[in-house]
Design a protein around this ligand. Structure first.
Ligand SMILES: [Zn+2]
Length: 360
C-alpha cells in the first residue's frame, strides 16, 4: 500500500458543480437542490473555507473502472440510451447528460476513497449524485445508474491492494445492487439497515451471502416508525463486534439520509442527532480497527430542509469540529418498534453465529 505524507487531521469533501446538471424531471425527489442547498449550508457555516476540510474535485470514472463492477453491455446501454433519451425504470430516466454525470458520480466516490487510502485526508464525504446502491452488475433503478461504492471498492482493491472492506448502508432503502455485486465475495462485508416493507423489497434477515461470501452479507430490516435511538444498540451488538472480528482496511458508508423522520418517501424516525451519533461511533470504531479510514458516500435523502443540515453536521463531526445548535424531532419514541428490532438483532446473531465467533 502506498503511504503518503498525508494530512491526517483533515476531512475530504468531494463535490463537483456538474452534479447539479443531472436532470431527473419535474417533481422527482432526487433533484439538484439536495446538493445545491447542502453546499450553501456548508458555506454558511464556513466549512468550505475551514482548514480542517479539503474540498476535492473529482473526475469521471474511467470506463475500465466502471467495467470492474458493471458488464460492458450494461455500460454501453446506459451510454446509448442517454444519447437517444429514455429510462432504465420509470423513476430512473436517461437524458443526454446522464452517462457523463453518472460517471462523474462514480469518479467522486473513487476520489473520496483514494484520498483516504493514500492518507491525503483522514476521512471523507462524497457529496455526489446520482446515487448508486440500487445499481447491480447489469441493472440500475431507484434513481441509480452505476454503483458508486462498488466501483470505489474495486478501484482501491486494484490500485492500493486493499483486501477487506466493510460497507455500512444506513440508507432507508435496501442496497440491493451492492448486496448482489458482493454476494459471493468475502472481501466485502455488507451490512444494511433499511425499512421493510419498502422499495426494493430485498434485504431479509435470511439473505446472508452465498458460497465463499456466506456470512458476509448482513441485513437488519426495520419496521416503519423505528426511532433512531435504536442505532446505538445496532452499533454495539452488530457493527462493532463484526468490524472487530473482520478487521476491514476501510469502512465505507452508503450514507443515505432518507431514514430521517421528515423524509417524503419513507417512514423511519431517525433525527439529525441519530446521524451525528452514528458518525461519532464510526470515527471511534475506525480509529480502533482501520487507522481512522472512513469514507462516506451519499446515497438518498429527500427532505430538502433537513438533508443540508444533516450533512453539515456529519461533515463537521467527521472533521472533529463539533456540532451546531440542532432543532430536532421530539417525536414520542415508539418502544414497541424498538422491541421488534431487538428481537431481530437476536435472530440475526443466531443466523450468523456459524460465521462469526463474536456473535456466538
Ligand atoms: Zn434511499
Amino acid at each position: 500500500m502506498k503511504i503518503g505524507g498525508g494530512n491526517l487531521t483533515v476531512t475530504g469533501l468531494v463535490y463537483h458543480p456538474t452534479y447539479l446538471k443531472h436532470d431527473t424531471g419535474w417533481g422527482h425527489p432526487e433533484r439538484p437542490e439536495r446538493i445545491s442547498r447542502t453546499v450553501l449550508a456548508l458555506k454558511k457555516k464556513g466549512l468550505l473555507d475551514n482548514p480542517k476540510i479539503k474540498v476535492l474535485t473529482p473526475e469521471p470514472a474511467d470506463i475500465e473502472d466502471l467495467a470492474s463492477v458493471h458488464s460492458k453491455e450494461y455500460l454501453e446501454k446506459i451510454r446509448l440510451v442517454s444519447i437517444s433519451g429514455g429510462a432504465l425504470t420509470p423513476d430512473t430516466p436517461l437524458t443526454p447528460d446522464t452517462f457523463e454525470i453518472a460517471r462523474l458520480s462514480a469518479g467522486g466516490a473513487i476520489h473520496a476513497g483514494k484520498a483516504v487510502a493514500e492518507n491525503d485526508v483522514r476521512n471523507s464525504f462524497a457529496l455526489i449524485r446520482p446515487p448508486g446502491h440500487h445499481a447491480g452488475r447489469d441493472y440500475g433503478g431507484g434513481f441509480c445508474y452505476f454503483n458508486n461504492v462498488a466501483v470505489m471498492i474495486e478501484y482501491l482493491k486494484k490500485n492500493f491492494g486493499m483486501r477487506r472492506f466493510m460497507v455500512i448502508d444506513w440508507d432507508v432503502h435496501h442496497g440491493n445492487g451492492t448486496q448482489d455485486i458482493f454476494y459471493k465475495d468475502p472481501s466485502v462485508l455488507y451490512f444494511s439497515t433499511h425499512q421493510m416493507p419498502l422499495y426494493p423489497g430485498t434485504g431479509h434477515i435470511t439473505e446472508i451471502g452465498e458460497g465463499e461470501g456466506r456470512g458476509y452479507t448482513v441485513n437488519l430490516p426495520l419496521p416503519a416508525g423505528t426511532p433512531g435511538d435504536v442505532y446505538d444498540q445496532i452499533i454495539e451488538e452488530l457493527i462493532v463486534p463484526l468490524a472487530e472480528e473482520f478487521m476491514p482496511e476501510m469502512i465505507v458508508a452508503s450514507a443515505g439520509f432518507d431514514a430521517y423522520y421528515g423524509d417524503p418517501i419513507a417512514n423511519l424516525q431517525f433525527t439529525i442527532q441519530t446521524y451525528i451519533n452514528i458518525t461519532s461511533r464510526l470515527i471511534e470504531l475506525t480509529d480502533r480497527v482501520c487507522k481512522g479510514r472512513l469514507t462516506m458516500i451519499l446515497e438518498g435523502g429527500y427532505d430538502l430542509e433537513a438533508v443540508p443540515k444533516i450533512i453539515t453536521e456529519v461533515v463537521s463531526t467527521l472533521a472533529g469540529l463539533g456540532n451546531y445548535e440542532i432543532e430536532d424531532s421530539h417525536l414520542p419514541i415508539e418502544r414497541g418498534k424498538i422491541r421488534i428490532v431487538e428481537d431481530r438483532i437476536r435472530k440475526l446473531k443466531t443466523i450468523l453465529s456459524d460465521y462469526w465467533k463474536t456473535l456466538r
